[in-house]
Design a protein around this ligand. Structure first.
Ligand SMILES: [Zn+2]
Ligand SMILES: [Zn+2]
Length: 395
């Protein structure tokens, strides 16, 4: 397995070149036409066995091992950019105004192409199939993962396990891999609530149906969902982050609005939250005489890492890069990822890894216009994805 890292290092200049090309030409979710063309042409050049595009800007490729029938492992990279004006000052900065690969998906594409090249050269050494999923539109809702699962991306051949990886900016762990069994990222559910009452003069509140008072009661009661309705062993975060209503100090308005995002690591809890939001909104509506509309925008599910697959990845990292490259994440992350659809909508277990990628200059987070992670992390990502796929197929 050590040889895989050597191959990844040998191919690193090609991977970096691809990354810079994609970085210069960012495309927003569902418009990744150039990116998808580039992916298809490189996959053809490397000699994969099959290339499909179930939607125009996603690419799914198969590489069969020459050792015969076996399991099928999927590796996923997301390929879209963000509507962000780049401020990194890098020589290969975005050439598209107002668009940037600020989430590192350019690195994901380049790395998975690097994996494809190595696996095509190593066909003699494995049985079974590797399915490469270049997924469109991760950062633009609704995520592309859901669409791909609906179109059968995990079937024909049926996938037995799926792995994904995200680059992550940090101070000092360049090229190390963060792993965590169990919940890794939260689900996202957006609630926009509109309270419609009856406006009137501030001196005569008894003649009105005050939507502001009703909205405030709801906001307070909603905070009882985590503290009184959900098992305290579950994590639920549900702040109300916007509230609007009224324009004059002597007028009770006829409408008030507020919104918030509920996050949890357990997808089963999402339904309970929705039920309670509806019950509180309808209950306060009845008491106050106001009409209440609850708009629930269903975001990405929580991402759950299968324990056995994390162990497979851990063994692969150790064999490919050495034990020092493993970073056991102490706690899950609070961001969300549509990789979760691949496992949530199917029986396929999955594991999502983090590749620490350092940062050029002052550290900023993903999605920041100055986000500039180090390319020297990429060979480690290529090696670990390749090694993990081979390890799973052998096991
Ligand atoms: Zn992102
Ligand atoms: Zn991302």
């Amino acid at each position: 397995m050590k040889e895989i890292h050597k191959l990844a290092m040998e191919n690193s200049s090609e991977v970096i070149e691809l990354r810079r090309d994609i970085h210069k030409h960012p495309e927003i979710g569902r418009k990744e036409f150039r990116t998808a063309d580039l992916i298809r042409s490189k996959l053809e050049e490397y000699g994969v066995d099959q290339i499909d595009s179930p939607v125009p800007t996603a690419v799914i490729a198969l590489i069969h091992g020459n050792k015969g029938e076996g399991k099928c492992v999927a590796l996923r990279a997301d390929i879209d950019a963000l509507p962000v004006e780049e401020e990194t000052g890098l020589p290969y900065s975005s050439e598209v105004p107002g668009m940037m690969h600020a989430c590192g998906h350019d690195m994901h594409v380049a790395m998975l192409l690097g994996v494809a090249k190595i696996l095509c050269q190593k066909r003699e050494e494995f049985a079974g199939t590797v399915k490469l999923i270049f997924q469109h539109s991760e950062d633009t809702m609704p995520g592309g993962a859901k669409e791909l699962v609906e179109k059968g991306a995990l079937e024909n051949p049926q996938v037995d396990a799926i792995f994904g990886m995200h680059v992550y900016p940090d101070e000092d762990k360049v090229g190390k891999i963060g792993i965590h069994a169990g919940p890794l990222t939260t689900s996202v559910d957006i609630y926009n609530i509109t309270v419609k009452g009856k406006g009137g003069h501030g001196s005569e509140p008894h003649t009105t149906k005050d939507p502001i008072l009703a909205a405030c009661e709801m906001v307070t009661l909603l905070q009882q969902i985590p503290s009184r309705y959900i098992n305290p062993l579950e994590t639920v975060v549900f702040p109300i982050c916007t509230i609007q209503g009224g324009e004059a100090v002597n007028v009770i308005p006829s409408e008030a609005k507020f919104s918030g995002v509920a996050r949890t690591y357990n997808n089963a809890v999402r339904g309970q939250i929705k039920e309670q939001v509806t019950q509180i909104a309808e209950g306060v509506g009845t008491l106050s005489g106001c009409k209440v509309e609850v708009d629930h925008v269903v975001g990405y599910p929580a991402c759950y890492n299968d324990k056995a697959l994390i162990e497979t990845a851990e063994t692969a990292i150790e064999e490919v890069l050495g034990k020092d490259a493993i970073v056991q994440l102490e706690e899950p992350k609070a961001f969300s990822e549509d990789f979760s659809y691949f496992t949530e909508m199917s029986d396929v277990p999955g594991a999502y890894l983090l590749l620490f990628a350092g940062h050029e200059g002052d550290l900023v987070s993903l999605h920041n216009p100055k986000c500039a992670m180090k390319e020297e992390a990429m060979p480690a990502g290529v090696a670990v994805m390749t090694g993990t796929a081979l390890k799973f197929l052998q096991g």
